[in-house]
Design a binder for this molecule. Structure first.
Ligand SMILES: [Zn+2]
Length: 255
């Protein structure tokens, strides 16, 4: 059910229950004072439960909203993350249909296929002056915008191994310490497909910054004071959000 609909129903039911209680209070008030007190209590409890339900619904709404977006994409079939998978990879049937936001099922042989987030890493590297290392993207998506160094986690690799490898490949730097500070889900358009990702953000220390040499994926790199950074200059949504969090010092340690 849509989050807004859930909130609307909760508010409506709360108001209805409160109105009924109010009516009962009004009817009883002329005869039994002690029952009025009881009904005021009931009214307060109903109101509190209603309020708590709305708060709980709003709390889950970020994740729920994202799932709803995927469900809408299913309806516009060509944008579902599995839209390119038209035929069942087991039996070849064309009755390979969307089951939920991240899955398709074959109506012929029953095969289920799920698409879950691909892990990706990005690094915050800061020099002795407290400036952040950023790069300018050489390729699409978001070619020409600012970016943090990083990339996809390879098969059988840990996040720490991935961030060390990517920093070596992209910048010729050797990571000596990598500590994950937070994670943000994202969608990455590649090869005509929307790939859901879970981006893992690491605070990294490197051996010798003088070895910095942009090698791959970036046209230039530079250091920038945190105060001078405009998150909107970063083209990828999760990187933009991460830079903004980092700038505000909102680092949430996950362990
Ligand atoms: Zn099949």
């Amino acid at each position: 059910m849509k989050t807004t609909l859930k909130i609307a129903i909760t508010i409506a039911v709360t108001i209805l229950l409160m109105a009924i209680s109010f009516e009962v209070i009004t009817r009883l008030s002329t005869y039994h004072d002690e029952r009025v007190t009881m009904n005021v209590l009931i009214l307060s409890v109903i109101g509190a439960i209603g309020l708590l339900t709305v708060v709980a619904t709003l709390h889950e709404s970020r994740h729920q909203k994202k799932v709803e977006e995927y469900m809408e994409l299913i309806e516009k079939e060509n944008k579902h993350p599995l839209a390119l998978f038209r035929y069942c990879p087991v039996c070849g049937s064309s009755k390979f249909v969307a089951k939920q936001e991240n899955a398709k099922i074959c109506e012929n042989c029953g095969f289920n296929y799920y698409i879950n987030p691909s892990a990706a890493v990005a690094a915050f590297i800061v020099n002795n002056e407290g400036e952040l290392l950023v790069g300018r993207r050489a390729h699409d998506p978001a070619k020409g915008t600012l970016d943090l160094p990083g990339g996809f986690v390879a098969l059988e690799e840990t996040g720490e191994e991935a961030v060390k490898r990517e920093i070596k490949e992209e910048l010729n730097l050797t990571v000596t310490k990598a500590e994950m500070i937070f994670t943000i889900p994202n969608r990455y358009r590649w090869s005509g497909m929307t790939i859901p990702t879970l981006d893992l953000f690491y605070q990294c220390e490197v051996e010798n910054l003088e070895e910095l040499k942009p090698l791959d994926d970036v046209v230039e790199t530079f250091f920038i004071k945190l105060d001078y950074i405009h998150p909107e200059d970063f083209g990828l949504a999760s990187i933009r959000e991460a830079v903004s969090l980092y700038q505000e010092g909102k680092m949430i340690l996950t362990s």
